[in-house]
Design a protein around this ligand. Structure first.
Ligand code: SAM
Length: 227
């Protein structure tokens, strides 16, 4: 069979594409992507032209089966998501699992990832961390999560979108108290990149005057951690 290459793409800065990603994307038989328009636009800027097909949350199971069939027929396929590392809060794991089940090689082509990017500059403990991805959309469930992990010994990493970031940080302050240390990263690698570490109350104060537009990573330091 051919190989499935799971290829990371930039999270905002096109220059973060790796040399290896460039050469693989240019030579695979096809590229499975979340959104053919998003990936198509990126490939145009990179001057790469390969056939694209959709692989997203709504057809993941079916698409994973067809990826396996194509790989068994000898094709090589790259799997990408809209941004960053596939399968990290993005579709991808089912394709990898189907390939593993059929003894088809799955090859990682690492690169940008929002959570590791922020961890690397946060100044928070990074020897061990828990990546919780996106929290539940309902406030009560998020509060329960914060209560459950209040005494967790390692840094906790979350993804959050523009429209919930204020509500979520207010809940954080409510449940974990204003002195808990957090780090917030907005629009990482992009023009309006903002990275701020401080107590929740400092961060909330800072956010009052800062733009809340864009994509966020939130890191919560272990209880008792001081800057
Ligand atoms: N697979 C991606 C990765 O490797 O990081 C994550 C995809 S997930 C659908 C999108 C979320 O990741 C956003 O809502 C945000 O929380 C985070 N994210 C992605 N790009 C980001 C960026 N440039 N700055 C801050 N957060 C980002």
């Amino acid at each position: 069979p051919g190989h499935l290459y799971v290829v990371a793409t930039p999270i905002g800065n096109l220059a973060d594409i790796t040399q290896r990603a460039l050469s693989l994307l240019a030579k695979v038989d096809a590229i499975a992507c979340e959104d053919t328009r998003t990936t198509g636009a990126m490939l145009t800027r990179l001057e790469i032209r390969r056939p694209l097909f959709a692989y997203h949350d709504h057809n993941e199971k079916r698409a994973a089966t067809s990826i396996v069939e194509r790989l068994q027929a000898g094709e090589s396929i790259a799997l990408v998501s809209d941004a960053g590392t596939p399968a990290i809060s993005d579709p991808g794991f089912r394709a990898a699992r189907e390939c593993q089940r059929h003894n088809i090689p799955v090859v990682p082509v690492p690169g940008a990832c929002a959570v590791t990017s922020l961890l690397s500059v946060s100044g928070l403990p990074t020897d061990a961390f828990f990546f919780a991805g996106f929290l539940a959309p309902k406030s009560a469930a998020r509060r329960r999560f914060f209560e459950e992990y209040r005494d967790f010994k390692h840094t906790i990493a979350l993804y959050e979108s523009t429209h919930r970031i204020e509500k979520m940080t207010a809940e954080l302050e409510d449940v974990l108290g204003p002195e808990r240390v957090v780090c917030i990263g907005r629009e990482l690698t992009k023009k309006f990149e903002t990275i701020k570490t401080g107590t929740i109350s400092q961060i909330r104060e800072f956010m009052k005057s800062a733009s809340k537009k864009g994509e966020f990573v939130v890191l919560i330091a272990p209880q008792g951690y001081e800057l």
